[in-house]
Design a protein around this ligand. Structure first.
Ligand code: COA
Length: 374
């Protein structure tokens, strides 16, 4: 079995950013408009009036101060509350593929080897732009990579599922190097009219190159990868080709379950123990002392969840250097969160020091990737 290495990473950050103040102003304008338009139904008790959102709540509950988006004007337009992304002709690169290619090019440049050495492209993200042809194949074509590509969607856990797939391909000798991309236009499946969740997500794309260890010059040894799924309806998105029309859509758009919906408290209570136990068990099986992990690059879910998982894993209050948080600037970027954290904050390691990439989310699903600086 060949050993695998995380050889390089890349990041594409959209140009536009939305502050909590801007987001709350747009939501509150929408809510006021909704309440005025539905004054009769609200007065008769048929539907409930929408409550205003608040910056203070958002920062305290999530740790988020801003998020990047691919289209700010559409998201902040109280009459729209969704990104305005014109359809492109099929001859043009898709917007999701475009973001992935930008992140991939950065990773390939950092790798310092020709893209032709890549044998497979995985597009691992929480929502693909279309069912087929696979986004991964489009990215593969744009980069001039031979071999094969396919999409995989395990929601916020997609990146670690992609890394494990890549590591297993390397182990069995299927390919010598894998490019995994995580383009996330979360703003297109977030319900900006839902007060409970309108602040949660941001857009971004990340890329990771996994390579066989005996051909790698630097990077991070992958010590072990593990995946886990347990079915739950507590984070769900019902969008699909069977339900693209809905008679209630316009009237009760803030309750649309064809966008992201979650039972946030249940998610918190159920996912924190599941993920903490999984990390500790995997560390034990690998002979890694979790208290000696130099850094955690966790899925960027929300500050309270991330802090609690880190405390349980390290057995103490983590320092900001140990538990990397990029939520404040990027928000929850679904599959890309742990990779942004790793990409931006992986310096200062001596050879032999260990860290953990971990993602978790809808499914439920979770993945752990223990790495050691080479
Ligand atoms: N502005 C102001 N108040 C808000 C609000 C907003 N945008 N959204 C909710 N509230 C209010 C609620 O109405 C409620 O008021 P009440 O106590 O008077 O009923 C109060 O804040 C608490 O709401 P709740 O939804 O229970 O918040 P919470 O403290 O559980 O925090 C989450 C919400 C989502 C941040 C929290 O549950 C969480 O961190 N969950 C983990 C889920 C997660 O991160 N998922 C990402 C995918 S992995």
């Amino acid at each position: 079995m060949r050993q695998a290495v995380i050889a390089a990473t890349g990041l594409h950050t959209p140009a536009e950013s939305v502050s909590n103040a801007e987001l709350v102003a747009a939501f509150n304008a929408f809510a006021e408009r909704f309440n005025a338009q539905n004054a009769g139904a609200i007065a008769s008790g048929e539907i409930a009036a929408l409550e205003p959102s608040s910056e203070g709540f958002i920062e305290k509950a999530s740790g988020i101060k801003s998020r990047y988006v691919v289209n700010k004007a559409g998201v902040l337009d109280p009459a729209r509350m969704a990104p305005d992304l014109p359809e492109r002709p099929n001859e043009e690169l898709s917007i999701l593929a475009e973001m992935a290619v930008l992140a991939a090019r950065e990773a390939i440049a950092a790798w310092g080897k020709p893209a032709s050495l890549i044998g497979a492209v995985l597009c691992a993200a929480s929502n693909m732009q279309r069912p087929y042809p696979a986004m991964a194949v489009e990215v593969q074509g744009a980069l001039g990579v031979e071999g094969f590509g396919f999409d995989l969607n395990v929601a916020c856990s997609s990146a670690t599922f992609g890394i494990k797939t890549a590591v297993d391909y390397i182990a069995t000798g299927s390919v010598d190097a894998v490019l995994m991309v995580n383009p996330e236009i979360t703003s297109a499946h977030l319900n900006f009219r839902d007060r409970d969740s309108h602040f949660i997500f941001g857009d971004v794309a990340t890329a990771v190159i996994v390579e066989r260890a005996d051909q790698a010059t630097g990077g991070w040894d992958v010590l072990g990868t593990r995946l886990k799924t347990v079915f739950s309806n507590n984070i769900r998105n019902n969008f699909g080709f069977l339900n693209s029309t809905h008679p209630e859509r316009d009237r009760l758009a803030h309750q649309d379950d064809r966008l992201f919906v979650q039972q946030g408290r249940k998610v918190f209570k159920e996912v924190v123990p599941m993920v903490s136990a999984m990390i500790l068990e995997h560390a034990g099986d690998l002979g890694v002392d979790p208290r000696r992990l130099k850094r955690l690059w966790l899925h960027q879910a929300n500050i309270n969840m991330n802090d609690l998982i880190a405390r349980r894993v390290l057995g103490r209050e983590p320092t900001p250097e140990e538990n990397v948080i990029i939520l404040d600037e990027y928000a929850n970027t679904s599959s890309a969160g742990s990779i942004i954290a790793f990409h931006k904050h992986n310096s200062g390691f001596a050879p032999g020091e260990t860290g953990l990439l971990c993602s978790f989310g809808a499914g439920y699903s979770a993945g752990t990737v223990f790495v050691r600086k080479r």
